[in-house]
Write a protein that binds this ligand. Structure first.
Ligand code: SF4
Length: 505
C-alpha cells in the first residue's frame, strides 16, 4: 500500500484470523423462523381476516360468501404497480413477481391502516391476520409464507400473523393449521361455490364484452350480477335462483356477434394468467382493446388439476410401494373415495351453475384427456405451477382449433413455466409449426416490450381469423338468435362469429 492511506496490513490479517477463530468456536445452529400463528377463539370477534389474489370479482364474492358464515373476511384491493414496488423494497431479491405483488399489496394495506386510518402498529398486529394458500411446491411457491413474514418484519409489522391452508389439501388441513380459522368442510364448500360462480361470470364477461354494442354494458350487467349473488350468499337464499336472475340481466345486453375477432387463449403460470391488473399488465383488457376475444384461465382449472394430482400421486405411490401385494390399503381407499366425491361435487356445481347462467358451451377441463395429450412431451411426475397443463392447453388448442393465438404468460424466471414448460413448448412447436403461440414474461416493469410482443402475435391471429371468416358462406339474412348470448352452437372454426355463421349456413 502506498500514498496517503494509513493502512496496517498485518493488523488487518490478524484481525481476520481472530474473527475466523471466533466464528469457528461459536456453535453454529440452524436458522429457524419464528412464526406467530396464534389465533384463538377469544380473539376471533375482534379479528379481521384479510385475503386476496384471485380475480376482482372472485375476491368480492368470496369475501361475502365467507362473511355469510359469520367470519370477518375482507379482501384486499387488486394488487397494483405501487404494491409491486413496496414488495420489491421489503422482499428478498430474485423472488417471483406474484410474491412482490401480493406481499407488497398486504404491506400497502397495512401501511394505509396505520398512516391513513390512524391505527397503531400494535392494533394492526392484534386485530388483523392474513390468510393465503401455501404448499411445499417444488418451485418458489414453497417459500411464499416465509417471504411474507420477512417482508412484514422489515416493513415494521413484526409478528403480524400470516396463516395458510395448503392448496392441495383442501378439507384435509391439520388441526394446527385450523386453529380458530375454521377450515371446515363448510368453509371450503362455500369458498368453492363463490370461486366457481366468479369463474363462470368472468368467462361470460370475456365472451360478451368484445361484442357489446354499448361500451360498458357488459361490465354494468356483471356488477348487477355480483350484487345479486352477494345478496343470495348473505341472505342464504338459493344460488341457482340468483344465477337465473343474472341470466336475465345478461340477456338484456345488446350484442353484435357477427363481428369477426381473433380468439386468444390465455394460459401460463396460475397467478400471472389469472390476475386482472398490473400483475400481467392488464393483459386481458389490453387484448380486448386491440380487438381480440379472450378465453381466460379459470380457477376451476387449478382445482381440477389439484384433484388430478392428488389421485395421480396415490396411484404412483401404490405402484412404487407395490401396495397391491400387501393387501387392502384402507387409507388409500379412503383418500380415493374423498377425491372422487370432491371431483364429482365440483363438476355437479359447475354444471348446475353454468346451466343457470346460460353458459351452455363451457367445457369442464377434462384432466385425463389433458394429461394424455401432454404425456408425449412432458415428464408427468414433474410438478409445480401449472405442471403439464400449459403444454396440454397448447396441444389441445392446435388439435381442436380452439383459438387463433395461445399466450402463455408467466412471471420473469418462473421455474415450472419458463424453465420447464417453455422448453418443452419449443419441441411442440417444431412438430406443429402452424401454431400461433407466444410465451411472454412479466417482470413488473417493461410493459412496452410486453405489449409490443403481444401485438405482433395478435397481428398474425387477426389474419388467421380473417382467413377463417372469408372461407365461410355468410347467409344474406342473419337470424336474430345469433345475437342472443345463450345461443352457443359448436363448430369447427376457432372464432366465435365464424362458429355462429357455420351454424346458420
Ligand atoms: S409457479 Fe413460478 S411464479 Fe409461481 S411460485 Fe412457482 S416459480 Fe414462482
Amino acid at each position: 500500500m502506498s500514498g496517503t492511506h494509513n493502512f496496517d496490513c498485518n493488523n488487518m490479517v490478524s484481525q481476520i484470523k481472530s474473527d475466523n477463530l471466533n466464528f469457528l468456536n461459536k456453535q453454529v445452529t440452524q436458522w429457524r423462523e419464528v412464526i406467530n400463528k396464534k389465533f384463538t377463539h377469544d380473539q376471533k370477534p375482534h379479528t379481521t381476516i384479510l385475503f386476496g389474489g384471485m380475480t376482482i370479482l372472485q375476491d368480492k364474492l368470496v369475501s361475502v360468501a365467507l362473511q355469510s358464515l359469520g367470519e370477518r373476511y375482507v379482501c384486499l384491493p387488486n394488487a397494483d404497480f405501487e404494491a409491486f414496488q413496496i414488495g420489491k423494497a421489503y422482499g428478498n431479491k430474485a423472488q417471483c413477481n406474484p410474491t412482490y405483488f401480493t406481499v407488497g399489496n398486504l404491506i400497502k394495506y397495512l401501511q394505509n391502516l396505520r398512516d391513513k386510518d390512524g391505527l397503531s402498529t400494535k392494533e394492526i398486529i392484534d386485530n388483523y391476520i392474513y390468510v393465503t394458500s401455501g404448499g411445499c411446491g417444488p418451485c418458489r411457491f414453497g417459500m411464499y409464507l416465509t417471504e411474507y413474514r420477512k417482508a412484514l418484519r422489515d416493513a415494521g409489522f413484526e409478528g403480524f400473523r400470516v396463516m395458510n391452508f395448503e392448496h392441495d389439501k383442501g378439507v384435509f388441513q391439520s388441526a394446527e393449521e385450523q386453529s380458530a380459522l375454521d377450515f371446515t368442510p363448510k368453509f371450503f364448500i362455500t369458498l368453492t361455490k363463490a370461486i366457481v360462480i366468479g369463474d363462470l361470470l368472468n368467462i361470460l364477461g370475456y365472451k360478451l364484452r368484445p361484442y357489446e354494442i354499448k361500451k360498458g354494458s357488459v361490465d354494468q350487467a356483471l356488477k348487477k350480477c355480483e350484487e345479486i349473488v352477494a345478496q343470495a350468499f348473505i341472505q342464504k337464499r338459493s344460488l341457482i335462483k340468483a344465477l337465473y336472475k343474472c341470466k336475465k340481466e345478461l340477456s338484456l345486453i345488446k350484442l353484435d356477434r357477427t363481428i369477426q375477432k381473433p380468439k386468444v387463449l390465455i394460459t401460463g403460470e396460475f397467478w400471472a394468467a389469472l390476475t386482472e391488473g398490473d400483475g400481467n399488465y392488464n393483459l386481458h383488457r389490453f387484448l380486448e382493446s386491440q380487438g381480440a376475444e379472450c378465453v381466460p384461465q379459470p380457477l376451476i382449472n387449478r382445482l381440477m388439476l389439484s384433484l388430478w394430482e392428488a389421485k395421480d400421486e396415490l396411484e404412483q405411490v401404490h405402484i412404487l410401494e407395490n401396495r397391491s401385494a400387501k393387501g387392502i390399503d384402507f387409507s388409500a381407499l379412503k383418500s380415493r373415495f374423498l377425491i372422487f366425491v370432491g371431483k364429482w361435487a365440483l363438476i355437479a356445481h359447475i354444471k348446475l351453475y353454468s346451466k343457470a347462467l346460460g353458459l351452455h358451451d363451457y367445457e369442464i377441463p377434462n384432466m385425463e384427456k389433458l394429461a394424455k395429450l401432454a404425456q408425449e412431451y412432458y415428464p408427468m411426475q414433474s410438478r409445480g405451477g401449472e405442471a403439464h397443463l400449459e403444454v396440454a392447453h397448447l396441444l389441445e388448442s392446435i388439435k381442436e382449433n380452439i383459438a387463433h393465438l395461445v399466450i402463455s404468460v408467466k412471471p420473469f424466471g418462473c421455474m415450472p413455466s419458463s424453465s420447464v414448460s417453455d422448453g418443452i413448448q419449443s419441441l411442440v412447436l417444431s412438430h406443429f409449426p402452424e401454431a400461433n403461440f407466444l410465451s411472454v414474461e412479466t417482470s413488473g416493469e417493461g410493459a412496452v416490450n410486453f405489449y409490443s410482443r403481444v401485438q405482433m402475435a395478435l397481428f398474425k391471429a387477426k389474419q388467421l381469423a380473417q382467413e377463417e371468416f372469408k372461407s365461410l358462406k355468410i347467409p344474406d339474412k342473419i337470424p336474430p338468435k345469433i345475437n342472443k348470448y345463450t345461443y352457443q352452437p359448436k363448430g369447427k372454426s376457432a372464432g366465435s362469429a365464424a362458429v355462429l355463421m357455420e351454424s346458420i349456413s
